[in-house]
Design a protein around this ligand. Structure first.
Ligand SMILES: [Zn+2]
Length: 355
């Protein structure tokens, strides 16, 4: 159990090992048993690199009660503490997430946690509280947590997990030991996805879509989003070439996850910008006319969209992403974006006409 400690459950309930987190895991288990670890940690890093899995593995190791066992052998998998964490029923492990149907962690939840931590520990003396996503705490919840962060009960470790560090109050950040959690390098990520049974071409595309986050890439593959992305790219290409109407395309996209579409679209714009820089948009060769994948879209898009329009459109997308979190009408939002896309890709159509 101590080997390859950081795992998560996949859709079939199998344990999936996240080897790029092993070194950080070992360092933090070691630090806890050497009593050099802060009592409040802030794990930050991109979404989809395994921060939650790391935090759970740490909790398992810290709550291991085995006597005379080296830090590197924890969790032992045999003691009472390990038995309780294994069945997800350890009374000294608190996991704070937004209540069902809510987007935020409330001040009442934080008060309840603080009260719970003020009591005596149930088992071996250690207590662990995981707060995820930490940026989900409301402002008053964050304020309420300050006191516990300043004077934590003995034996307690609080782990805050976030991929939006900026959304946390500076007073919270300054009271925690901050650790950034990184994903694997691209080759390691490809190899890991291959271990999960993902084809190399699909994994390259999914990693690109997921901005190199391996867990997010795996999720995309499992959700079939790689195929969806391919048809999105094709539709954007058709609009750019004047062969499809934005309004009709919007109708076909309505049922898809809008947040994902917008994130994918942002990624596509980044790829277009990189491609434009790499090839020099002016002198690029003419390629095939229909974009059938994200990559082809990027290669084509560098010719369709002027760099200044690209940045302006990226701003529009970012704005739309924020609007979508409110009560926006997704259909209208999508139509507006696609009409705008037709406008910024107009050079693609005018260039085809003889002058
Ligand atoms: Zn144990």
């Amino acid at each position: 159990m101590a080997k390859a400690p950081v795992t998560l459950r996949d859709g079939r309930g199998q344990a999936v090992v996240l080897p790029w987190l092993d070194a950080l895991f070992e360092r933090l288990v070691e630090a806890r048993f050497a009593q050099t670890l802060a009592h409040a940690l802030l794990l930050s890093g991109p979404a989809g690199v395994g921060k939650d899995a790391l935090a759970h593995a740490l909790a398992d190791a810290w709550l291991c009660e085995a006597e005379g066992v080296q830090a590197s052998e924890r969790p032992c998998g045999r003691c009472r503490g390990c038995g309780l964490t294994a069945v997800g029923n350890h009374p000294d492990l608190h996991r704070l997430v937004p209540a069902e149907g809510k987007a935020t962690i409330s001040v009442d939840q934080i008060r309840e946690l603080s009260a719970e931590l003020a009591l005596k520990p149930h088992a071996g003396g250690s207590r662990v509280a995981l707060i995820t996503p930490a940026e989900g705490m409301t402002v008053s919840a964050q304020n309420s947590l300050l006191k516990t962060l300043e004077e934590p009960p003995s034996g307690a470790v609080l782990v805050l997990i976030t991929h939006q560090l900026d959304a946390l109050a500076p007073t919270i950040r300054s009271r925690c030991q901050q650790l950034s959690v990184a994903g694997p390098d691209p080759a390691q990520a490809q190899a890991w996805l291959a271990d999960q049974g993902v084809e190399p071409t699909a994994s390259a595309e999914a990693l690109q879509l997921a901005r190199q986050s391996p867990l997010a890439a795996l999720q995309l593959v499992e959700d079939g989003f790689a195929e969806q992305a391919s048809s999105l790219a094709e539709a954007l290409g058709q609009i750019a070439l004047g062969r499809a109407e934005p309004i009709n395309v919007a109708g076909g996209w309505e049922k898809l996850d809008m947040q994902r579409i917008l994130a994918w679209w942002q990624g596509a714009l980044h790829a277009i910008a990189r491609e434009g820089l790499a090839s020099g948009a002016q002198g690029a060769e003419e390629g095939p006319e229909t974009a059938t994948s994200y990559r082809v879209l990027a290669a084509q898009g560098a010719r369709w969209v002027a760099p200044s329009d690209l940045f302006e459109f990226a701003d529009r997308l970012a704005e739309a992403t924020l609007t979508l979190r409110g009560q926006a009408n997704p259909r209208l939002l999508l139509e507006g974006l696609l009409i705008d896309w037709a406008r910024v890709t107009r050079p693609a159509r005018t260039r085809r006409k003889p002058t």
